[in-house]
Design a protein around this ligand. Sequence first.
Ligand SMILES: [Fe+2]
Length: 224
Amino acid sequence: MAASSQFDTPVSRALTARGAVFLGRLGGINLTTLTTYDLDQFVADMNALVKSRPEQAKLFDKGSSYLERLVRNPSCIPEEFQRPTGKGKRANHGSYALYRGPGLFVSAVVWGPGDNVGPHDHQTWGMIGVIGNAIQETRYRRVDDRDREGFAKLEQDRTTLVKPGDVSLLIPEVDEIHRMDNFSDRSTVEIHVYGKDLVGLPRYRYDLETSEVKPFASEKFDNC
Ligand SMILES: [Fe+2]
């Protein structure tokens, strides 16, 4: 929000440049009381939350409120992290690590037009917030008795179009196996938050036709 010439002071310019919303002036005092929520604040809040070792319900309740605030600020991540890489084996996709720390991993994920990934899990808690465009997320539930290694019978649970400002939750062993599709002609930009660093983390892909479960570990630029 640009300050008007009436309030165009060095202080107001510095604050608006840092993402603060300049509200005006009262009795010669600048009123800059409302600031946008940025990535640094989000990481600080999430680290404090994780370190408090909350129960899962509290983790998701508070964590999703933080993430909802963050994704309402489209400029919370740099422009270069809001487009596909344009190179490599997934040129129409982008995964960019934003923060890596004990018990907390934050990344920007970009799905170009038509980009998708099949059913998989994350082996940790997760939250996905959409910044721009939308993503179709399909969730599956296991209906087998989990006693055959390498086998999982899945049924589709629901399909949701997750829109800007929305946050979806990945709840380990309860509601986490998902497929992602961008059927639109624009890129979708998201913030992903996990309880473990996904790079190299052993996880599973699920084949709906054969019911096979295939172990995999994400490479550096394939960590969604
Ligand atoms: Fe995923």
